[in-house]
Design a protein around this ligand. Structure first.
Ligand code: WT7
Length: 648
């Protein structure tokens, strides 16, 4: 297979049928599509029965006041009971819920019975601190079991959590605490990252000099490093929580009880507090985790490598897997500490069967070399998932070959913080997969691609991704700002949810995601997606990663500027750059040839691994680089600039 055919998305012709054995015993078969399209609401009402309700809902969807949805509104349930207690009551208390692997190598196995006790103690502790149903609790923790326990303890008492990613600065934490009006903050002295303790509490101490309303700070001791202490406000977790009773009665809450707020930064403006509620959210998190990963709770070992501070961690570390009684791995640290084989060592150690990670990680593993995963026994793996960005076909194929031994299905799952759970994805026992495409809306989900005038595009054409029917785990609003909710998502196309992503339908009607619409380039009147040019570049054997931007250009409107990281074996030369330009021209057509290609050693990424093209556009257009506060590594922009010739 030549590299040209790897890269051209719509000409991608490789197909991978589901393994026969998986198809034969799959949790979900092709019937689900038929059943859901016959009666979508009946389908979701049936999925809601996956949960244990204190009061069974009789009503499925209330859409009488769009775009404000209510799902299962007359039902009552306790989300924490569903994630923990009911598995213990069903006789599975000895099953491991969490295999925790700390970065320094410490590990802990926590059974469902132990998790139930710990969540109950934490719920009692929060109540002792004055947290009541309807309050908000901010959580600023490393990837340790107490993060899961904290979220479930909030859910248990009906307080909404607002998890703030541990890598965010004091200012970012302060604005989120203020917007949610949190009463209590749960944090830790620190966590381990890149082989060292990394402090967390100082950011909370600083944030709380800027906002009012926080009465107590509950502090987990993780690293043992010294911390500043505010008497009367700060409380140690091990002193307060450990002293509580392990009995706590889970009250039944309304299906629409707020479960959490999670902030998405977006590219501009104040962060949006995305509000999710209980019954519909848990229904879809649980169903999709069951369907898309084919989880068999008795035998699978599941591992999602996301941080709990992102929605992926909420839905596919905490709520989906635990509602399904899964055994999972939680890893605290970075993939290259203490060595670049750490992930594969963990897969081997725990016999991980289902792995869910992001394209940015996969491309990093490609860059580190095929020989690293090859040193480990990865034969336990049976389903591989991807989320967060479009996955380049080249990375998809590498993932399948080098991690999945050419055997495992890959599920490329499209969704957003706002959608709460997966929306578009193959089903591993049903779908014949195509590298680079998320393919088809899941059963019960309605998605399509429309043009500027809101007309559905024919197969073979591109436009904007929209969701045409409400879904159970949809955001209910932007916290405190209903108008912004309407304006951002429901005003671009009448009656349809605008996702902000560009997409194409191929000749089979399968959906290919093309990145955020802000990232689409307009070159001499042609819409060209950054994702397609990036995939073409990554399809060349010399390229490990790339980021493409449109820079304003006097003649063509925008000109394509590509930043590339070379693979270890390749070296920068004028010939190589010329070859890469021609390679893109051959794969996508001459119009897509980058005007400039800049070889760099790093790309600017957010903490969740998304490329910040805005900053690269600043460089490409010769401007001063804009706000870099959400970068994972704030020194990257200086590094990139130092690698470019002056005036480039
Ligand atoms: C945006 C949402 C979903 C949890 C993590 C990110 C992009 C996400 C895919 C995918 C193509 C994807 C979209 C989306 N995205 N998954 N499989 N293929 N693009 O959540 O931070 O809210 O970001 O991530 O652009 O709109 P998020």
């Amino acid at each position: 297979m030549s590299n040209e055919s790897l890269a051209n998305l719509l000409k991608e012709e490789r197909r991978f049928a589901p393994p026969a054995e998986l198809a034969a015993s799959a949790n979900v078969t092709a019937d689900a599509y038929a059943q859901a399209s016959e009666d979508r609401l009946a389908f979701w009402a049936e999925q809601a029965r996956r949960l244990s309700w204190a009061v069974e809902p009789t009503e499925t969807l209330d859409w009488s006041n769009p775009p404000f949805a209510k799902w299962f509104a007359d039902g009552k349930l306790n989300v924490a009971y569903n994630c923990v207690d009911r598995h213990v009551e069903a006789g599975n208390g000895d099953r491991v819920a969490i295999h925790f692997e700390g970065e320094p190598g410490d590990s802990r196995a926590i059974t469902y019975a132990q998790l139930k006790d710990e969540v109950s103690r934490a719920a009692n502790a929060l109540q002792e601190l004055g947290v009541a149903k309807g309050d908000r609790v901010a959580v600023y923790l490393p990837m340790i079991p107490e993060a899961v326990v904290s979220m479930l303890a909030c859910a248990r008492i009906g307080a909404a959590h607002s998890v703030v990613f541990g890598g965010f600065s004091a200012d970012a934490v302060a604005s989120r605490i203020q917007d949610a009006d949190a009463k209590v903050v749960i944090t830790a002295d620190g966590g381990y990252r890149r082989g060292k303790p990394s402090a967390l509490k100082p950011a909370i101490d600083e944030a709380l000099t800027k906002v009012d309303g926080v009465q107590k700070v509950l502090v987990v001791r993780r690293t043992g490093e010294e911390v500043a202490w505010t008497e009367g406000r700060d409380v140690w977790w091990h002193e307060l929580v450990d002293a509580q009773s392990a009995e706590h009665t889970p009250e039944a809450h309304d299906a629409e009880q707020p479960l959490f707020i999670l902030y998405t930064s977006g590219t501009t403006g104040k962060p949006k507090g995305i509000l999710h509620t209980s019954g519909g959210y848990l229904t879809q998190a649980s169903y999709t985790h069951h369907a898309v990963f084919d989880l068999k709770p008795e035998t699978d070992v599941y591992w999602c490598t996301a941080d709990i501070g992102w929605v992926t961690g909420h839905s596919y570390i905490v709520y989906g897997p635990l509602a399904n009684g899964a055994t999972q791995v939680i890893y605290e640290g970075t993939p290259d500490t203490p060595h670049q084989g750490r992930f594969w060592e963990i897969v081997q150690k725990y016999g991980v069967t289902i792995l869910y990670t992001a394209p940015t990680a996969i491309r990093t593993f490609m860059k580190w070399g095929d020989d690293i995963p090859a040193r480990y026994d990865l034969s336990s793996l049976r389903v591989l998932g991807s989320v967060g960005e479009p996955i380049n076909p080249e990375a998809w194929v590498w993932y399948r070959e080098h991690i999945g031994a050419g055997r495992t299905p890959i599920v490329d799952t499209w969704w957003q913080t706002e959608t709460g759970a997966m929306m578009i994805s193959p089903l591993p026992g049903v779908t014949e997969t195509k590298p680079g495409s998320a393919q088809r809306a899941l059963p019960g989900i309605a998605a399509t691609v429309v043009d500027d005038e809101a007309n559905e595009v024919p197969n073979g054409s591109g436009g904007y991704l929209v969701l045409t029917e409400p879904w159970p785990s949809m955001l209910r609003t932007i916290w405190g700002d209903d108008q912004r909710y309407i304006d951002t998502y429901w005003s671009r196309f009448e009656g349809r949810y605008f996702a902000g992503d560009g997409a194409k339908k191929d000749e089979d009607g399968d959906i290919w995601l093309l990145g955020r619409v802000d990232d689409v380039m307009l070159v001499s009147g042609h819409n060209i997606s950054t994702t397609e040019v990036e995939s073409a570049l990554v399809g060349h054997p010399a390229v490990a990663e790339s980021a493409v931007v449109g820079a304003s250009d006097a003649t063509t409107g925008q000109a394509i500027v590509a930043f590339v990281i070379l693979r270890g074996s390749a070296s920068n030369s004028e010939e190589l750059v010329a070859e890469l330009r021609n390679h893109v021209g051959r794969t996508l057509g001459p119009i897509a040839k980058p005007k400039q290609i800049k070889v760099v050693s790093e790309l600017p990424k957010t903490r969740s691994g998304k490329i910040m093209r805005r900053l690269l556009r600043d460089i490409a257009e010769g401007r001063e680089v804009g706000d870099t506060t959400t970068l994972a590594d704030s020194t990257v922009m200086n590094l990139i600039q130092s690698q470019l010739p002056a005036g480039a």
